[in-house]
Design a protein around this ligand. Structure first.
Ligand code: ZN
Length: 264
């Protein structure tokens, strides 16, 4: 798939509107093309900003119905076979226009009213981490590289990320490394390492840390998932899982002990 086509389909891809073969084509291209993954990351960041709780505003049903019926009314009656076709560029343009207006209002509100920007960034990040974790389990997209060997997983990230994440297997501690994948948080590419605890998975998200704070924090459990964040050796880490809080804390402690502080 070309860059032009990929970037045109990014919104559809994020909305899960592409068919399977197009999705696979997209993902294959995104893995090898930095420019297009950057475009995807940008759109994800914009969406994340728009969806933050204090901004997210569901249109009342009445409004939605009014927009839909006025859209229907503005489209000339069509022959049945044409109406049945799934792709109508004019209809698409009208929807795109309506969406653009709503998005512009939201962005303007966001920029003009700092008080509306929502909770602290840790909570926003926690929400993104949780979403990524749940999505990775649901979409059978848990791993791009399946291996219990850290010497296979670590080099796999080379060339796909602008940093080299520390990768440690914790099989001897009861938390085997099972694979890894690329993911996106806060609009940037991050490494996701996948560990297993019995039948549960732990996602560890890693990216370079610029803040330099070394403290380990438990995040308030959300929807039955436990989360911890810390920074270590120049990296920011977030671990998320449905294992119990004690198991997750043990895991984090053992992982921290494995990763040498000088790792960069
Ligand atoms: Zn491209």
């Amino acid at each position: 798939m070309s860059c032009k086509l990929t970037q045109r389909f990014v919104s559809g891809y994020l909305d899960g509107e592409l068919d399977l073969s197009r999705t696979i084509e997209m993902e294959t291209h995104l893995h090898v093309c930095g420019e297009c993954s950057e475009e995807l990351a940008k759109q994800q960041a914009l969406r994340a900003a728009l969806q933050r709780s204090s901004l997210a505003y569901a249109a009342p049903d009445a409004l939605r119905e009014r927009i839909q019926s006025s859209l229907r009314a503005s489209i000339p009656a069509e022959a049945p076979e044409k109406a049945a076709s799934s792709w109508n560029p004019f209809q698409f343009l009208r929807w795109a226009g309506a969406f653009a207006v709503l998005a512009l209002c939201a962005v303007t509100a966001w920029q003009l009213l700092p008080g509306l920007r929502g909770p602290a960034s840790d909570q926003q990040l926690a929400a993104e981490v949780l979403t990524s974790h749940v999505r990775s389990l649901e979409a059978s997209h848990l791993m791009d590289v399946i291996s219990t060997d850290q010497h296979t997983v670590k080099p796999w990230f080379d060339g796909k990320l602008d940093f080299s994440p520390p990768v440690e297997d914790l099989a001897s501690d009861g938390f085997p490394l099972v694979g890894g994948r690329l993911d996106y948080l806060e609009g940037r590419q991050v490494a996701a390492l996948v560990y297993q605890r019995r039948k549960h998975f732990i996602n560890v998200f890693v990216w370079p840390d610029t803040s330099g704070s070394g403290s380990t924090q438990s995040i308030q459990p959300q929807q039955g998932y436990n989360m911890m964040r810390w920074s270590h050796g120049g990296f920011q880490f977030w671990a998320v899982s449905d294992v119990n809080a004690q198991d997750l804390a043990d895991f984090v402690r053992m992982l921290q002990a494995r990763i040498a502080p000088e790792t960069k």
